[in-house]
Design a protein. Structure first.
Lengths: 266, 253
């Protein structure tokens, strides 16, 4: 992988190395168990890349805290291995985090808890995954302050022996007015195995804008017809649609991701 | 000489008959316009000819140059040279127009040359007054109605079909864009001499694309055919009157 970002954390075979400037501080718990514990504090506007590779029989417990009034792009690539991972994000007042996740792993069970703890905190979360075995993602977003915004997008393509599950829950308690929350989950399932999406909105306040969508299916028939009406074969049309679906919304690491996609759909 | 022949075609969707005993032949160098009130099966006709699997052909055949394409899949028909400029072109996120067209052209041409493709694409984008940046955006992503129609015409120029079907290509176009699109279709016609089948509601498109034949459709079949002068009669009398006189002629027979 190219070293695109100034701030980069590599977690390979459970060993952690990092190249960080003063905008990011990391602390690693010295544990003798198979749990890798990391706390990352983002102190200034920055970009951060975290690359995970070859995790086997390891559990990750990762906390990421955003200081007030800063914005950060977090790019995560998970490659190879079997992952059990839990995230805990804390976004303080007027902080913005854009999370871009690219996954090509063997198996994964991931739990993400996001606390929009300060007013005007904003989260954009985008996951792209190619699921070839069991993959399960739970995302819980707590709007703990007024005027907070969250957008969660989970996109997956399920192939081979894959079974993919997204469960997304957003919470707004009473009196936390002016929150905006959106969930958009889609799985293209190219197998006969079961995939599941559970979008949940737990809202106890009227003055909120909320939306959620969930879609599981093959490639869209009308899109297929349009592409094929220009002479493109069914297989090529499917490849184009899947590639477009998996690349849409990503800004960095697109070339690397495209190479991975090409492994499956050439 | 290429020809598209629709022979005694009856088509249903959800057990409802949309086209009934429909006959039409369009040859290279001919421009046919099909007009008619809403819901008479005009768009269905173009989709069925293109191979939309949602429609069921109960009887009849579609031939391209004497090849029976009735059961051929849509991509096969397109590679033979059929093209449908759609009424409501799909938006496909994430698939760039350039990638899409390159893949389509590669599927069609054994001797694909990237440089020629880029050059031709660039020329046509300029001629159609499209934003050059659009070509790198997702297919029709964020395009206005008019931009989508221009994108269909752009695809026609790049893919060089032998049979061009344009389904309400004039809808969503402002006056200037209508003129531009009309002239662009005629430019293609002059160069390639394709068979053209136009579906339209309005005379205004026919100010630029001059049809050799005009057909009026009603209830899934052609009820009257004529030359371009038929358009004037439609404008003056409306479809209902033509339909009535056509019914009385059939009754007398």
């Amino acid at each position: 992988m190219k070293n695109k970002m100034m701030n980069k954390i590599n977690i390979v075979d459970g060993n952690i190395t990092e190249i960080l400037d003063d905008s990011v501080k990391i602390s690693k718990a010295n544990t003798m168990t198979d749990i890798v514990q990391i706390e990352i504090n983002v102190l200034k506007d920055t970009d951060l890349t975290i690359i995970y590779q070859n995790a086997h029989k390891m559990k990750f417990d990762i906390t990421i805290k955003m200081a007030k009034n800063i914005s950060c792009n977090i790019y995560e690539l998970k490659l190879q291995g079997k992952y059990k991972i839990s995230y805990n994000y804390v976004l303080n007042e007027n902080s913005l985090v854009n999370i871009y996740k690219i996954h090509d792993v063997e198996k994964i069970n991931e739990m993400t808890v996001i606390h929009l703890a300060g007013e005007k905190a904003k989260l954009n979360y985008l996951l792209k995954t190619i699921s070839t075995d069991k993959e399960k993602y739970d995302v819980m977003v707590y709007h703990k302050a007024k005027n907070t915004i969250s957008e969660i997008i989970n996109n997956g393509v399920n192939i081979k022996e894959g079974s993919l599950k997204f469960e997304v829950s957003s919470f707004v308690p009473k009196n936390n007015i002016d929150c905006i929350l959106a969930q958009n989950n889609r799985i293209i399932n190219l197998t006969n195995h079961k995939c599941e999406i559970r979008p949940n909105l737990f809202i106890d306040e009227n003055d909120v804008i909320a939306s959620h969508s969930a879609h599981i299916g093959k490639c869209n028939d009308e899109e297929m017809f349009y592409l094929m009406s220009r002479g493109i074969t069914m297989k090529e049309a499917e490849n184009l649609i899947i590639k477009g679906f998996l690349l849409k919304g990503l800004t960095e690491y697109k070339d690397e991701w495209e190479k991975i996609i090409d492994k499956y759909w050439r | 000489m290429d020809s598209l022949k629709i022979d005694n075609l009856t088509v249903t969707i959800d057990n409802k008959t949309i086209l009934e005993d429909f006959n039409l032949e369009v040859k290279s160098g001919e421009i046919h316009a099909i007009m008619g009130p809403n819901g008479t099966g005009k768009s269905t006709l173009t989709k069925v000819v293109m191979g939309d699997p949602n429609y069921k052909i109960k009887k009849g055949h579609i031939y391209f140059n004497d090849i029976d394409i009735t059961k051929m899949k849509v991509d096969g028909r397109a590679r033979l040279g059929l093209f449908l400029g759609m009424q409501m072109p799909m938006e496909i996120e994430g698939v760039s127009n350039a990638d899409f067209l390159r893949t389509a052209l590669r599927s069609k041409e054994d001797n694909f040359k990237l440089y020629s493709f880029i050059k031709e694409l660039d020329e046509n984008v300029t001629k159609l007054k499209m934003d050059k940046e659009m070509i790198h955006r997702g297919i029709n992503e964020g395009f206005s109605g008019g931009e989508r129609k221009k994108n269909e015409i752009l695809q026609m120029h790049i893919l060089k079909p032998k049979v061009v079907m344009l389904d309400e290509i004039d809808s969503g176009l402002d006056v200037d864009s209508l003129k531009l699109v009309g002239q662009s279709v005629m430019e293609y016609y002059q160069k390639q001499k394709p068979a053209i089948l136009l579906i339209t509601h309005y005379q205004r498109l026919l100010d630029y694309i001059k049809p050799d034949y005009v057909h009026i459709m009603s209830d899934g079949k052609i009820i009257k055919s004529g030359d371009a002068s038929l358009v004037k009669i439609i404008e003056e009398e409306g479809y209902d009157k033509i339909k009535e006189s056509s019914a009385s002629v059939r009754h007398e027979k």
